[in-house]
Design a protein around this ligand. Structure first.
Ligand SMILES: C[S@@+](CC[C@H](N)C(=O)[O-])C[C@H]1O[C@@H](n2cnc3c(N)ncnc32)[C@H](O)[C@@H]1O
Length: 302
């Protein structure tokens, strides 16, 4: 077994030790994984190791997301709404709780490789992001930094900027990009700020990317309007957000694709292309009717 395969097996074994129910899911999921995704997952494990983080901690991080999601799904099924609806209710226990946020972001980064729905979003992002566009790239809520790292590897933007409200996310993204394990990157900066309170330059960005943030804010329409303001007229704008997908810090419930499209349109933006990833085994319509999660990625234009 190569070093890559060994390290990934060590991680998946550690996950299954904590949560045996994950065995079948992970085994089936890995059938479809691509070699470059395994190499990136391995680089992520080595990146964690370089910071003194062992597989057992990464497995606990992954399990935190699995168990939190399960608990919130039960709440959602009983009540028909997410548990919390305001930023203040979740900020202290999530974004500003260093211990929780660190595990949450490591866990989320791993799902980008181990969960078919998150893998689909990442593949789509890599497929649609323009490789020859110039100008400044802005990412809102990079979290663990994996999307931003992929963009920096693949594109020709002259400068890359990230803005995240969580000090832990800022630190994690900085250390991932600066690790050298994913590439040697120049001209980038990550700032700690609420995007909505930030004073990004109007019309300053040729790309604005925001993965899994819209459901974390009280007024996603306002966020989309601000994206419209900071983007150039021909900007590449990319967002992802889930429908009917409870999590401890999801405070805005999108219950259909149309509910996202309506906010996009109200913000003066149009949907140029999209990817919808329904609940396994169901269509988008069936998932929506049964209030089961659908992952959505959209390329927007002005
Ligand atoms: C669920 S993570 C998404 C990480 C990554 N983009 C992805 O797609 O997996 C959400 C990130 O958005 C950040 N965030 C939430 N509200 C924000 C805001 N108002 N301004 C900037 N960042 C925000 C959180 O701190 C967190 O790092």
């Amino acid at each position: 077994m190569t070093g890559t395969a060994e390290r990934i097996k060590k991680l998946t074994d550690a996950i299954v030790r904590i949560n045996p129910l994950q065995r079948a899911f992970i085994e089936e999921s890995l059938i479809d994984v691509r070699d470059h995704e395994l190499r990136d997952l391995d680089a992520y494990i080595r990146f964690a190791e370089s910071a003194g983080i062992e597989s057992d901690y990464l497995a606990e991080s992954y399990d935190l997301i699995v168990k939190d999601t399960l608990r919130e799904q039960m709440y959602f099924q009983r009540h028909g709404c997410y548990r919390y609806s305001t930023f203040d209710e979740v900020a202290g226990s999530v974004y500003f709780n260093e211990e929780y946020m660190r595990k949450y972001m490591h866990g989320l980064a791993i799902t980008a490789y181990l969960w078919p729905n998150h893998r689909a979003l990442h593949r789509y992002f890599i497929d649609v992001i323009p490789t020859d566009k110039d100008g400044r790239y802005l990412e809102i809520g990079p979290g663990h930094g994996v999307f931003m790292m992929c963009a920096m590897r693949k594109t020709a933007f002259s400068r890359f900027e990230g803005v995240d409200i969580s000090p832990t996310s800022v630190e994690m993204t900085r250390s991932l990009l600066g690790s050298g394990l994913f590439g040697d990157f120049a001209s980038w900066e990550i700032i700690e700020q609420d995007f909505f309170a930030s004073d990004m330059e109007d019309g300053g960005y040729s790309a604005v990317v925001m993965g899994e943030v819209l459901e974390h804010v009280e007024d996603p329409g306002q966020f989309l309007r601000q994206i419209n303001t900071v983007a150039t007229d021909d900007a590449f704008i990319f967002i992802t957000t889930p429908i009917n997908a409870p999590a401890i810090d999801h405070i805005y419930l999108f219950d259909s694709v149309e509910s996202i499209e309506a906010l996009v349109s109200d913000a003066g933006l149009t949907v140029r292309d999209s990817l919808l990833v329904p609940y396994p085994g169901l269509s988008v319509e069936e998932s929506t009717a049964q209030k089961l999660p659908v992952n959505v990625a959209m390329v927007l234009g002005k």
